[in-house]
Design a protein around this ligand. Structure first.
Ligand code: PNS
Length: 163
């Protein structure tokens, strides 16, 4: 059984995240979408809301033989991956600008848990500029994020901001 975790803030889930999840499906038997509970950040959605959104969106992803599970965690990603007996940590790379930060994280995670590999997957070109923070900023300033986040996410953002 090859389990991977896909850790992130997912505040909110974007179509870029979904693209990476879809690309990971053939590689693993189970993928745990691991939502970080980071008390230092003021999120748009609580961890519970983020997990609920992902839980609602995932049934729309045709996942073949791969199980998709949603969970949240605090503390180190490497420790969470080890607790889950994961063989890999999945991270998406949008453009070359992501690489340096991701490489540092991968090296640190390898030092913490040498048995667990970081697997980098490249997002589709159309999502190469999509980040949760950009989606939040554009939405809050009245811009359209249609097609860049799941419809459900857009609805929840609208409800949250009464737009
Ligand atoms: O979606 P993000 O914000 O790019 O995800 C970043 C995340 C959650 C993967 C990273 O911040 C993380 O792993 N945080 C948990 C704490 C940790 O393990 N820090 C050391 C990383 S080497």
């Amino acid at each position: 059984m090859r389990r991977a975790i896909f850790p992130g803030s997912f505040d909110p889930l974007t179509n870029g995240h979904l693209d990476i999840i879809k690309r990971s499906l053939p590689l693993f038997d189970e993928i745990v979408i691991a939502v970080l509970n980071n008390p230092e950040k003021e999120p748009m959605f609580s961890v519970e809301e983020r997990c609920a959104i992902i839980d609602e969106v995932l049934p729309g992803v045709s996942n073949g033989d791969c199980q998709l599970v949603v969970d949240s965690f605090s503390g180190l990603t490497a420790d969470f991956a080890q607790t889950k007996e994961a063989v890999a940590i999945i991270r998406g790379i949008r453009a070359v600008g992501d690489y340096e930060y991701e490489l540092r994280m991968a090296m640190m995670n390898r030092r913490l848990q040498p048995e667990i590999e970081t697997v980098f997957l490249t997002a589709a070109e159309e999502y190469s500029f999509v980040s949760s923070s950009l989606m939040k900023q554009v939405f809050e300033l009245g811009g359209r994020v249609t097609g860049l986040v799941p419809t459900l996410v857009e609805e929840r953002m609208r409800t949250k901001f009464n737009k």
